[in-house]
Design a binder for this molecule. Structure first.
Ligand SMILES: *Cc1c(COP(=O)(O)O)cnc(C)c1O
Length: 421
């Protein structure tokens, strides 16, 4: 049996309509921005494999560091024990995170990083015997596929089946200069009437919603209002972290810093699953008590896996190099230029850029964007061009590893121009 046949027999894929999906492409090698399939076809990974890869596939430096870790300590329990990679990673992440962040809590992926943030927030209030349990989140938000993550996320086809099991959340629209005052009034009314525990948001770019972008100024106003009203602010930087928006973290575009920050995706450079939830000292302090019931009772078997920590440390080494930031700037400039060139194309509703992300919204008759039929034809066209550009319905985007060259970007841009013809 071929790998595809065995795949069909034994495997269930994520986010995949198993009945109609094309047989998956069997990838046998990764190198730099490219994947190679069993027939030797090459694909440029223009979406960094679901937004995780920063420094290219099989990056020699990260691979070496991970191999070294694997023969030193592959894993150890993280209660009552610690290890140097986890401690050093926490120390180094805090050097880059906003100054108000002071503790690092490890987990396994983006959804768990969010889950931890929600639980920390609820228990922060609970430990002080303050009854605050309602979260505010943005319409269209995506915060992962666990129940907490789904609850604070948009209600849509992804979670219809679970609607009765999700907790209630107050959803607000993305802020603009036009609606910001209205949103602020609503939050003020709610915070007088309800007990609002926290506000969770994807800063500046809502990824899964279709790379929807909004202003730092508007978000800053909402964060200030939350601080004034004693609402914990949670920045879900699972996608926006580690240079994606042109700065180290999206929080770096803001004057008001979040109290809790969720990280994953780029954290290990795309090598290993890992999540981080960082928090400000005042959050941590609410769990420090003689009373043992105030302990944060949360953990995962693989918490702070040393091998994943070593990948994250190696990725940080590369992120701290000046040439990585030249690349990030080069990608942003190239995206801006391409936007100028293509922005008025009659087949597009919108082209938007933030940092290393450029998104194109295709005009279509259909409204539901996730199940949009345009999606498959976009995927197929670009695969045939040797470009992996998995769209979000009628929205497609480039979110490349930072090692991509100008030439590779130009190739993707010209494939897009061809697609629009
Ligand atoms: C991808 C994503 C998540 C979920 O992360 P997983 O590792 O897929 O569980 C959460 N929040 C945001 C903003 C994301 O982009």
């Amino acid at each position: 049996m071929s790998i595809q046949q065995k795949d069909k027999q034994f495997v269930w894929h994520p986010f995949t309509h198993q009945l109609t999906a094309n047989p998956p492409i069997n990838i046998v090698k990764g190198e730099g921005v490219c994947f190679f399939d069993e027939e030797g076809n090459k694909y440029i990974d223009a979406i960094s494999s679901w937004w995780v890869n920063l420094h290219g596939h099989c990056n020699p430096y990260i691979s070496k560091k991970v191999s070294e870790q694997l023969v030193q300590l592959e894993h150890s329990i993280f209660s009552d024990f610690t290890h140097e990679p986890a401690v050093t990673l926490a120390e180094r992440l805090l050097q880059h995170l906003p100054k108000n962040q002071s503790k690092i809590f490890y987990s396994d992926n983006g959804s768990t990083a969010v889950e931890v943030a929600l639980k920390m927030t609820l228990q922060y209030w609970h430990n002080q015997k303050i009854n605050k349990t309602l979260f505010i989140a943005f319409e269209n938000a995506y915060h992962g596929d666990t129940f907490g993550g789904m609850s604070v996320g948009a209600r849509n086809v992804f979670n219809n089946a679970f609607e009765n099991s999700l907790f209630d959340v107050a959803h607000i629209p993305l802020p603009t200069k036009e609606n910001i005052n209205e949103i602020k009034e609503v939050i003020q009314v709610w915070s007088a009437q309800h007990e609002i525990a926290g506000f969770i948001f994807e800063p500046l770019v809502q990824g899964a919603a279709g790379m929807l972008m909004y202003d730092a100024d508007c978000l800053d106003e909402l964060m200030l209002l939350c601080k004034e009203n004693n609402i914990i602010t949670i920045a879900d930087e699972v996608m926006t972290g580690f240079g994606r928006t042109g700065k180290f973290f999206a929080n770096d575009h803001l004057k008001n810093k979040a109290d809790i920050i969720c990280l994953s995706k780029g954290l290990t450079g795309g090598y290993m699953p890992m999540g981080v939830t960082s928090c400000a000292q005042f959050i941590y302090d609410a769990f420090l008590s003689e009373d043992k019931t105030k302990t944060f009772f949360h953990g995962h078997s693989y918490t702070a896996n040393p091998t994943a920590c070593s990948a994250a440390l190696a990725s940080l080494d590369l992120l701290e190099k000046e040439e990585t930031w030249h690349q990030i700037k080069m990608i942003e400039d190239a995206h801006q230029q391409f936007k100028l060139k293509i922005g008025t194309n009659s087949k597009l509703n919108d082209v938007r850029v933030r940092g290393t992300i450029i998104a194109f919204e295709l005009k279509t008759e259909e409204h539901s964007h996730y199940l949009n039929n345009a999606s498959q034809s976009i995927t197929d066209f670009f695969l045939q061009k040797g470009v992996l550009l998995r769209p979000l319905g009628n929205i497609f985007y480039i979110l490349p590893p930072y090692v991509i060259t100008k030439e590779e970007l130009s190739y993707i841009y010209s494939s897009i121009e061809e697609f629009l013809k």
